[in-house]
Design a protein around this ligand. Sequence first.
Ligand code: SAH
Length: 465
Amino acid sequence: MQHFPIFLDTRGKRIVLSGGGEAALAKLRLLTKSEARLEVFAADPHDDLRRLAAEGRIALTERALAEGDLRGAVLFYAADEDADEDARTAAIAEAEGALVNIVDNLADSRFITPAIVDRDPVTVAIGTEGAAPVLARAIKRELEERLPPVLGLLARVGKAFRPMAEKLPFGRARREFWADYYFENGPRAVEAQGADGAQAALDGLLEKHLSRAARPGHVDFVGAGPGDAELLTLKARAALDKADVVIHDRLISGEILELARREALMVEAGKTGFGPSTRQDDINALIVEHARGGAHVVRLKSGDPTVFGRLDEEIEAVEAAGVDWRIVPGITAASAAIAGLGQSQTRRGRNSQVRFLTGHDTKGFADHDWRALARPGEVAAIYMGKRAARFLQGRLLMHGADPATPVSFVENASRPDQRIVAARLADMARVLDDAALTGPVLTFYGIAPRKAAAMAGDYEQEMAL
Ligand code: SAH
């Protein structure tokens, strides 16, 4: 950072400018926003300069700048658009102790004037060390769109309100109050009622946020189902509709997230089997922090929250914080997958129990009662089983399972891109590799897709034994 940004107090200070043309006027357009005493030296000034002088906004001296003119000045702009004249005036300014800016001459300038987004008293200064004026302009434009023009007015009214806002507990409650004021309610109120609206908005918002902060928070652990939004329960929808904050897994589809209350804060607490993920402790802390601030938190988990979702750890954290909670069950991936296969999880004479297994746990591939599973007719829904396919296959064969036992993979169960891949125990790992499935996969051990599902044509069949 060659140029270090600072905000200079210009009240009553002398800022001097040499030049009477367009460059001088352009600089003055910015400088007249300051509270400095502006003095311009120009032998032949533009009419607009004379007008500014007549309005009392600048002091105009109609001659070239000379030695002694800059004593006591803090900043000097050389804006004669003439390299020799600029060098001459800059030398005087240097000698008399003013910081110098030469228009369009970065190398010889002691300071530069940044691009500015003016929402006085909020000022955003953008600098690129002269490297990319185009970029500075683009950023300025973007910020101008993002920061409502009334922000300055809101900030002035808001400043006086700071002591009142201290009634709110420090931290999130107060942050949310101000965010609401500056970006939601404040701009709306000013648009409707002008400056008076800002004050009214503050009073109303304080009440709203005080009552929210006083209210104890609540956490709903909600099952989002396997992906199809129509498989959400009505209770899940109602919870999403009331949520202040939704903390969701990465697996949750956009279609479902759309159903959350428009004002809700959406936070992704990503968890994937292997890739980058948010630490469980951080997720717990996040839930607790929001709930403690009085928010209605929806912790949205894929499928059913009670199935391989580390739900107990989250409940324990919430309970330890003394926050009220409940579970809203969802349709687990196994239910959606078996529906896709057109089969039933249990069947008289075949299996009277179904196991829900995980392919891996925190220590690696998970061990199970392989001997029991290897018996004919056993059925298991295997979650997170993609990477463990070869391991599972090996263990089951080793414990005497029939190599012809059907195994079905259902990728993206219930979603428009659902895919079904059928295999046998003997070739399940190879078939899975060949299918190169990239979405979440539920593996059904002991179940083949029913013919009717096969006729639907939305799956690949590989039965080569
Ligand atoms: N609580 C979730 C499971 C979380 S573990 C539930 O009840 O469904 C994540 C695993 O669930 C994935 O690795 C995958 O095996 C399975 N899964 C989740 N959604 C799925 C979907 N739409 N299709 C297939 N498998 C899915």
